[in-house]
Write a protein that binds this ligand. Structure first.
Ligand SMILES: [Zn+2]
Length: 279
């Protein structure tokens, strides 16, 4: 699938699954009948922890869900006891990511090829070209990434928020990268709302919390999200700590939260659909 790309910045592109949309091309040649949701995250597993249920829900509704993962997760944990050596970790994490992506209905995965904990030093021109080219080809109605504080202040999370925001605005302007496809206006840029959003999900008044602009009910998909979390086997300690060991695990797995960054004025807060108001 790498031959789809007309430049050599994208390190790897692969179609991982066609899910809930039998007969529809998994390639993100967008059309009016098949809107696209693009997730832009830093590490293998970010997508599942933060938006795995959302990917399931929209994929099942016919949305083409595309994931860009910026790093290989080389600096992450390898499990306890370790599931592999440090040298083997990038390959294992890619395998885990592919499995998880397939489970949550991600139709296309773009691996941007940067090193874990080094994303902030990525050349802005290079990553802009990667993301603008992806956006102009897939033409997403909605893009989701970290908030500008990176949810937990992780420097890679902050960096990908910066790069995604840069690319969303550049993709709409034909003066940027004229060889990277026709301009595209993303309808909405949404952020994960801040620190450990799944903990917000246990609060009875979460809808009153600033930053909670979208509450997505993914309770129908909690088993699928749990399976995707388990697919990231090297990260089992985080999954146990944040979800599976919690007495209200079912509740935590059943809702995902987002904040509006760019988009049409919200008629109320929170809404229950990331595509609300996009026509
Ligand atoms: Zn991360």
């Amino acid at each position: 699938m790498a031959s789809l790309w007309t430049f050599d910045c994208i390190v790897s592109l692969l179609v991982v699954a066609s899910f809930g949309s039998a007969g529809r091309s998994p390639k993100c040649h967008n059309d009016a009948m098949a809107p696209t949701l693009l997730l832009v995250f830093a590490h293998p597993d970010d997508e599942t922890f933060l938006a795995g249920g959302t990917a399931c829900k929209y994929s099942a509704e016919g949305v083409t869900v595309v994931l860009a993962t910026a790093t290989g997760g080389e600096a992450g944990k390898a499990g306890d006891p370790p599931l592999c050596t440090r040298e083997e970790l990038p390959a294992l994490r890619e395998t885990e990511l592919r499995r998880a992506a397939a489970l949550v209905g991600i139709a296309e995965l773009a691996l941007l090829g940067y090193r874990d904990r080094d994303l902030a030093a990525a050349p802005p021109d290079r990553i802009r070209e990667q993301l603008v080219t992806l956006i102009r080809r897939c033409r997403p109605a909605v893009v989701v990434t970290f908030d500008p504080n990176g949810a937990n202040l992780h420097p890679d999370h902050i960096a990908i928020s910066r790069f995604a925001s840069d690319a969303v605005t550049a993709a709409a302007d034909p003066r940027w990268l004229p060889g990277s496809g026709p301009p595209h206006d993303v309808g909405r840029l949404a952020w994960v709302p801040g620190r450990r959003p799944w903990q917000l999900a246990r609060e009875d008044d979460m809808a009153a919390h600033p930053g909670v602009d979208f509450v997505i009910d993914v309770s129908a998909w909690r088993d699928r999200k749990a399976a995707a979390l388990r697919a990231h086997g090297t990260q089992h300690q985080s999954a146990e700590r944040n979800f599976f060991s919690q007495p209200d695990c079912d509740r935590l797995l059943g809702v995902e939260l987002f904040r509006q960054a760019i988009g049409p004025r919200l008629i109320r807060r929170p809404l229950d659909d990331l595509f609300d108001g996009l026509g």
